[in-house]
Design a protein around this ligand. Structure first.
Ligand code: E4P
Length: 221
């Protein structure tokens, strides 16, 4: 499973990139705005840190401008994946830019039918918004399972990118349901790495180790 970091925060991206556990980054207009910097600068900096897919989103709602923006954004760096929202104009823009070879992340997806159409149009990734769907009393996890079945039935190459991950359980369930990728906020990814019992066990081992006479603790030479 590919793990993307769902943030535009450079410090967080550097932190997780240095651990080696992220394959890419996703941003959206809200995440970029939160950083208070120029769009192009932020996207460029992210691409200089992480050697993998970096999603950056169009902001127009009409297809003509979406296409223009998609073309411009895709030129920022070879790893750019252009996010296009699942609106009627979005499908229209997707069908054109996908044919031009621009990598796409069809986003804000809430139904299997939206995901089916995006795959037919050649989306590279499709992002179901799992947390937001759950908050609306509909199972986000069922949606991933449906998408996985549909994509398998028709041999689509489109990847399911589980988004809007609210906690570690979301990520595990997305992986079990067949998501190819999950984009995860930094705090949730940090929690995934840790377990209190690991720390308790490690402290116990090291406590006994340091009770051993110092002369008997040499083992690296
Ligand atoms: C990712 O690509 C999305 O922009 C993100 O996961 C949305 O998450 P949210 O529901 O926390 O805004």
């Amino acid at each position: 499973m590919e793990i993307f970091l769902d943030t535009a925060n450079i410090d967080e991206i550097k932190r997780f990139a240095s651990i080696g556990i992220i394959n890419g980054v996703t941003t959206n207009p809200a995440l970029i705005a939160k950083e208070g910097k120029n769009f192009r600068d932020v996207v460029n900096e992210i691409c200089s840190i992480i050697d993998g897919p970096v999603s950056a989103e169009v902001i127009s709602k009409d297809f003509k401008n979406m296409i223009e923006e998609a073309r411009k954004i895709s030129k920022i760096h070879k790893n750019i994946v252009v996010k296009i929202p699942a609106t009627e104009d979005g499908y229209k823009a997707l069908s054109i830019v996908a044919k031009e070879g621009i990598k796409t992340n069809f986003t804000i997806v809430y139904t299997a039918n939206q995901a089916l159409l995006a795959a037919k149009l050649g989306a590279t990734y499709v992002s179901p918004f799992i947390g937001r769907l759950d908050a609306n009393s509909t199972s986000g996890n069922n949606l991933i399972q449906e998408m996985a079945t549909i994509y398998k039935n028709y041999n689509f190459n489109t990847k399911i990118l589980a988004a809007s991950m609210r906690n570690v359980i979301y990520v595990k369930e997305a992986a079990l349901a067949g998501a190819h990728t999950a984009t995860i906020p930094p705090d949730v990814l940090a929690q995934m790495m840790n377990n209190e019992l690991t720390n308790v066990a490690l402290d116990g081992f090291l406590k006994l180790w340091y009770e051993l006479d110092e002369s008997k603790r040499e083992y690296f030479n």
